[in-house]
Design a protein around this ligand. Structure first.
Ligand SMILES: NC(=O)c1ccc[n+]([C@@H]2O[C@H](COP(=O)([O-])OP(=O)(O)OC[C@H]3O[C@@H](n4cnc5c(N)ncnc54)[C@H](O)[C@@H]3O)[C@@H](O)[C@H]2O)c1
Length: 433
């Protein structure tokens, strides 16, 4: 059974099912299509299903033309799980958020496996891609699959392989990012390798599902902790009148042992602010308290308050108060050149500014409107012109999109608070935050 599946996978005759057609699942579906595989995309979001079947992209960095090419290649999107009976390998790329207590919320993972189970058959591979704590695949997927009489490792091949997608990074495509793969048994691992080896240039096999799961968490915790470190250093540098960006650039000239991380307005996106807490939650089951994760979380979560404080003091310098000041937030997506608002610190900053009585607008070339839940306000992105910019008392650079005209911004603005080190500090006009 294993050899037949491996044969189908490596000869590209296998059909691949992908559950969750978002930032991770859609590029993966396109990568399989590009290599000639027949792909079935399953998503519960009917709008996404329609959009894909009509060849229209809903993600900024994914071209509609690539979806159209995949459709010609046989890609089909659906919200019908019953079609799973016809596929050879199922890849699950659904969200893994935190609940309001900052604990893992596996609802989407469990829902997607539960909906698939009635249609599973012998000889299929199931691979979880969603980021999660070590133990999830074995503790949550395996018993559910086996409850229907299928034996994992014999009838069904269970794999975990995390995604390292970096949306907006044009230097790396899905296929050029090495992929860590773990299997429940040696046979599962072998199937896992053949599942990915035709679409990903380099496969990194590891000894177990747990190793693959925790590897992804280490990567993201490493980022969260290092960003927390530079955010902390930024505060002392600021008090000492030192430009932290100059310091990081100087330190980066060290040819070994130093990797630059940059401070900012706080963490955003569906990974770095969330994933570390998957591990700290699981660690408690083993009596371990992850000090680094919690500390970095505290520091990074505090950053929007620091930005507000710096904005208040910059306005104060011009004898103005934040209340009733006209504030423009530049960039609201969680990072440069993407259209993803999830967990964006810009949203926290805007909510806090509104609460303090500021009149807030925003501009973002990738986001047309923002629905602020706490204050029940809907803001529309404004166009940046000499006139519109000069109308604001202060401009806060939150996300440093490439498409902004920084010369215009500098020329036309009265006061700038820069959280990204875009501008050099200028007495009385440009402040760091
Ligand atoms: N976005 C990133 O850059 C990134 C990078 C690496 C890893 N990840 C991880 O990948 C996973 C997916 O993240 P994403 O950013 O692609 O999420 P996303 O929200 O962009 O996409 C997930 C999709 O899954 C669909 N979905 C949810 N439950 C479903 C169900 N039961 N059945 C069918 N479809 C369902 C949603 O409708 C959505 O379209 C997460 O675990 C995330 O942590 C994300």
């Amino acid at each position: 059974m294993k050899d037949k599946l491996i044969n189908k996978l490596t000869s590209k005759k296998a059909s691949i099912g992908i559950i969750g057609l978002g930032y991770v699942g859609l590029p993966l579906a396109l990568a399989y299509s590009k290599e000639g595989y027949k792909v079935l995309g399953i998503d519960q979001d009917q709008e996404k299903v329609i959009s894909i079947n009509e060849g229209k992209s809903f993600i900024k960095h994914i071209e509609s033309s690539d979806i159209n090419k995949a459709l010609e290649q046989g890609l089909k999107a659906t919200n019908e799980f019953s079609e799973i009976g016809n596929i050879d390998a199922l890849i699950i790329c659904v969200p893994t958020p935190l609940n309001s207590y900052k604990e893992p919320d596996l609802t989407y993972v469990i829902d997607s496996i539960t909906s698939s189970i009635p249609y599973l058959k012998k000889g299929q591979a199931i691979c979880l891609v969603s980021t999660t704590y070590p133990g999830t695949t074995e503790e949550e997927l395996l018993p559910r699959i086996e409850s229907e009489g299928l034996k994992v490792g014999k009838d069904i091949f269970l794999i975990y392989s995390p995604e390292r997608e970096d949306p907006g990074n044009i230097d790396f495509k899905t296929g050029s990012i090495p992929k860590v793969v773990g299997g429940y048994t040696e046979d599962c691992l072998e199937v896992g390798i053949s599942l990915f080896e035709k679409v990903i240039e380099k496969i990194v096999p590891v000894s177990s599902l747990k190793v693959a799961e925790i590897t992804k968490l280490l990567e993201n915790i490493y980022r969260a902790v290092n960003i927390g470190l530079v955010n902390d250093m930024k505060k002392i540098a600021d008090k000492m009148d030192i430009d932290i960006f100059e310091v990081i650039n100087a330190a980066s000239t060290k040819p070994f042992g130093f990797k630059p991380f940059y401070p900012g307005p706080g963490l955003g996106g569906h990974c770095i602010p969330i994933d570390p807490f998957y591990l700290s939650w699981k660690s408690k089951q083993y009596g371990i308290y992850n000090h680094f994760i919690e500390l970095a979380g505290e520091i990074n979560t505090e950053m929007p308050n620091w930005v507000i404080e710096k904005t208040v003091s910059a306005l104060n310098n011009s004898s103005k108060s934040l209340r009733d000041s006209k504030v423009l937030v530049l960039g609201v997506s969680y990072k440069k050149d993407v259209d993803d608002l999830r967990e964006s610190p810009a949203l926290t900053i805007i909510e806090k500014l509104l609460k303090k009585g500021a009149k807030v607008s925003f501009s973002d070339p990738n986001i047309s409107s923002v629905n602020l839940k706490e204050s029940s306000v809907l803001l529309e992105s404004i166009k940046l012109t000499e006139e519109s910019l000069s109308d604001f008392d202060v401009i806060i650079v939150v996300t440093d999109h490439t498409d902004f005209d920084y010369e215009l911004i500098k020329r036309a603005s009265k006061l700038i608070v820069d959280t990204r080190g875009v501008f050099d500090i200028e007495d009385g006009k440009i402040f760091r935050a």
